[in-house]
Design a protein around this ligand. Structure first.
Ligand code: BGP
Length: 468
């Protein structure tokens, strides 16, 4: 077990607006791409989620009490601009000022993302990130927030560009539910990178007293066996989900090697990528201006070469072993014997975190300081009784192993300055609903009461080891 944390380590919990706030129809909020979609699907409702909109003071106090010195939150674009653009909605602006104030007063520093999977419905209907106008709407929204919320000193533009594009256009489990629409998936990545870069360039030109970066989830891809074919499959899929975005963010160009892998995928899938004049200059300018890098890490994957048809099954229910993923001309995801998995088939592989931290530090020095902005275990926690702490040893093991991997990379020179567990409290999961719990604090979604899990106590014990 990890024995102690470094001095001044950022030790936080993560949330996202749509997953915790609830109150989706309150105080002038506009619809996101999720509202009608979830209603039509009828599986679960984003209301009231963890009712953070009303209960944030309690959650921030709990954070402080259990030793967390930071919290990741996101601003719901549609609380500020209900349609994504136009006049700001003052009730939304007021809400976030109050939230940030409460965090700061309690010694829980807010790290704030501007976009966490919750595109405004109006803009979603106009093509979302595939529409280049979306980039400008986003930058306007970002500019408003930078100038308005000057109490925020730690910004992230967009959360997990790859998860959004992969879930929307490849796996098909986020609206608009396309399957293996490779053109849209790669184009959305490029356009989101542009939006990020423009927002960073703008932020830096404003000379505000704060820091900015973005968040990528990184998923190391390993060949299941070291044959040349499997190694090539791993290189291809890695380029598609990690390298293209890392290059675009921190090199400000897609390297020749990256593009040759990407082009191979595009050719095999009759897809194309549109890069316009000037795009790369924007990325280049931003590439050295990020102050830090938010890295989310949950799992690594193992792959074998595959030329059959694309197809996937998404495990959104927690029925272990029900998922599959095969990408034509890229590879097929397989299980590695001996690597444990969660009920949702996510590999538990802390070595992957160590490997990817080392790689990012070596290959992308412009990433500068790294924060692990999400890591955690989705688990079917069981409530026992009002006065009994919820036992979640598997979560403690998971976090402990990953923090150990992080500290190992740090001891070898990787500049990692913080860790945010996903998630602070139990919350709504986009494609899994409410039985996939991640929190340090258990939420009874009927009563909205919070209960302490053992992992929260463990988190507090480690926080207490930190030299202040
Ligand atoms: C990340 C997202 C989060 C969160 C987490 C867990 O991809 O940034 O929003 O949901 O993964 O994923 P899931 O809820 O699908 O288990």
């Amino acid at each position: 077990r990890v024995k102690s944390l470094p001095k001044n380590f950022v030790w936080g919990g993560a949330t996202a607006a749509y997953q915790v706030e609830g109150a989706t129809k309150v105080d002038g909020k506009g619809k996101t791409m999720w509202d009608d979609y979830l209603k039509a699907q009828g599986r679960f409702s984003p209301d009231p989620a963890s009712d953070f909109y009303h209960r944030y003071p309690e959650d921030v106090k709990l954070s402080h009490k259990y030793g967390l010195n930071a919290i990741r939150v996101s601003i719901a674009w549609t609380r500020i601009f209900p349609d994504g653009y136009g006049e700001p909605n003052q009730a939304g602006v007021k809400y976030y000022h109050e939230l940030f104030k409460t965090c700061i007063e309690n010694g829980v520093t807010p790290y704030v993302s501007l976009h966490h999977f919750d595109s405004p419905k109006t803009l979603f209907d106009q093509g979302d990130w595939l529409n280049r106008k979306n980039i400008d709407y986003f930058v306007k929204y970002a500019e408003f927030c930078f100038k308005e919320f000057t109490e925020v000193k730690n910004w992230f533009t967009i959360n997990e560009l790859i998860s959004l594009s992969l879930s929307q256009y490849i796996a098909g489990n986020f609206p608009p539910n396309h399957h293996f629409d490779v053109t849209s998936a790669i184009q959305a990545q490029h356009n989101e990178l542009l939006a990020h870069a423009k927002a960073v360039n703008l932020y830096k030109s404003l000379n505000l007293d704060g820091r900015i970066g973005l968040i990528h989830v990184l998923q190391p891809i390993y060949p299941i066996t070291e044959t040349p074919e499997n190694k090539h499959a791993a290189a291809l899929y890695d380029a598609f989900i990690n390298r293209f975005l890392l290059d675009g963010t921190f090199l400000g160009e897609y390297s020749d090697e990256t593009m040759s892998l990407i082009n191979e995928i595009l050719d095999k899938n009759n897809a194309k990528l549109d890069i316009q004049d000037g795009d790369m200059d924007i990325l280049k300018k931003a590439s050295t201006q990020n102050d830090y890098f938010g890295m989310n890490y949950y799992q690594s994957q193992f792959i074998q070469a595959y030329d059959g048809p694309s197809g996937n099954k998404f495990n959104g229910t927690g029925d272990k072993g029900s998922s599959s993923f095969s990408f034509h001309g890229v590879g097929q995801i397989v299980q590695k014997p001996g690597v444990p998995t969660t009920d949702w088939d996510w590999n538990i592989y802390p070595e992957g975190l160590y490997d990817i931290l080392k790689r990012v530090a070596k290959e992308y020095p412009n990433s500068k300081t790294i924060y692990i902005t999400e890591n955690g275990l989705g688990y079917k926690d069981k409530f026992v009784s009002e006065d009994q702490v919820i036992e979640d040893e598997p979560r403690i093991d998971y976090i402990d192993q990953h923090v150990a991997a992080l500290l190992k990379a740090r001891s070898e020179g990787v500049d990692v300055q913080g860790y945010f567990v996903w998630s602070l409290q139990d919350q709504f999961s986009w494609a899994n609903g409410y039985n996939k719990r991640y929190g340090l604090f258990y939420v009874d979604f009927d009563t909205q009461k919070r209960y302490v899990k053992k992992s929260a106590e463990w988190f507090k014990e480690l926080a207490d080891t930190m030299d202040k």
